[in-house]
Design a protein around this ligand. Structure first.
Ligand SMILES: [Zn+2]
Length: 288
């Protein structure tokens, strides 16, 4: 069984035990709870937002992860729901577009923004390389996390068996109804696709109220009631980590669903698009 984060209370940053156990590693998943209790801890920079206030909150987040001393510089990217992973060695002069960041440069934090999508953080304790990945359904379908582990291997000689990983708070299958078409797309890509979907046969209020209206539409006992597939993006990304060779007991999975816990987390779906952004970040301290 995947282990769960042990910090479900109202905190500004939640951490994963599997990554906490890696010496010299800084990491965390922000929540919507601002430190010292003022306002929402929105780390997005949506159009129309006060960028300097958002930048100040990001510095505050980086500081909370960095511990004593100056906050480590935080690399972010313009996320586009792709499978593009960038290897970085410094703060890029211009913001890159993509959905994954990797580095083996110590003293650098890699950050991914989410508000329902799956944030995945990975560290290889031997070669001291890290990755941060953003996996919505598109990125998951494009196997960004599986490719991310491959990129860590290619660029830095990292090995999956030396990795620890954490899947942060995101929308869970309880709240993630998707289309039948999306289910077909997953079925064409993953041989374990059946295990990623739950059918919810939600009763249709119109159908219950006026059963006679529907009597002639379908012979009794024939035809399935309309199913509402729910996708488990958490399990989908956990399976990608496993497929890439990351040991099962080195993968932490947060039990927090963004859509169920809008008291603690931002949810794009639950809040109908008008919400903030959380950030997941990871990086090694400079040794010494
Ligand atoms: Zn939920």
């Amino acid at each position: 069984m995947p282990r769960a984060n042990s910090h479900p209370s109202l905190e500004s940053v939640v951490r994963a035990p599997a990554l906490d156990a890696v010496p010299g590693l800084a990491h965390g998943f922000s929540t919507r709870i601002a430190p010292r209790g003022h306002g929402a801890f929105d780390l997005g920079m949506q159009p129309g937002q006060d960028r300097s206030a958002a930048a100040a909150r990001r510095r505050q987040f980086a500081q909370m992860l960095s511990g004593n001393g100056d906050p480590l510089p935080l690399v972010t990217i313009r996320q586009v729901h792709s499978d593009v992973v960038h290897a970085v060695t410094d703060l890029p002069a211009e913001e890159l577009a993509g959905d994954g960041l990797i580095t083996n440069t110590p003293g650098l934090l890699l950050g991914i923004k989410t508000a329902d999508c799956v944030p995945v953080l990975i560290a290889d304790r031997n070669v001291r390389a890290v990755g941060a990945f953003h996996a919505g359904w598109r990125g998951t379908l494009a196997r960004i996390v599986e490719k991310g582990v491959g990129a860590l291997r290619q660029h830095y000689g990292a090995r999956a068996e030396h990795m620890a990983a954490a899947i942060g708070p995101c929308i869970h299958s309880c709240c993630y109804e998707v289309s039948a078409e999306l289910r077909d797309q997953f079925a064409s890509q993953f041989d374990y696709a059946d295990e990623l979907f739950t059918d919810v046969f939600a009763s249709d209020p119109v159908r219950e109220k006026y059963p006679l209206l529907f009597m002639n539409m379908r012979a009794p006992g024939h035809g399935a009631p309309p199913s509402r597939p729910h996708l488990d993006l958490v399990e989908a990304n956990r399976r990608q980590l496993l497929a890439a060779g990351v040991p099962e007991d080195a993968i932490d999975v947060s039990p927090l669903c963004t859509s169920c816990r809008t008291d603690l987390l931002f949810s794009h779906r639950a809040e109908k698009g008008k919400t903030g952004r959380m950030m997941a970040a990871i990086g090694f301290h400079v040794a010494g």
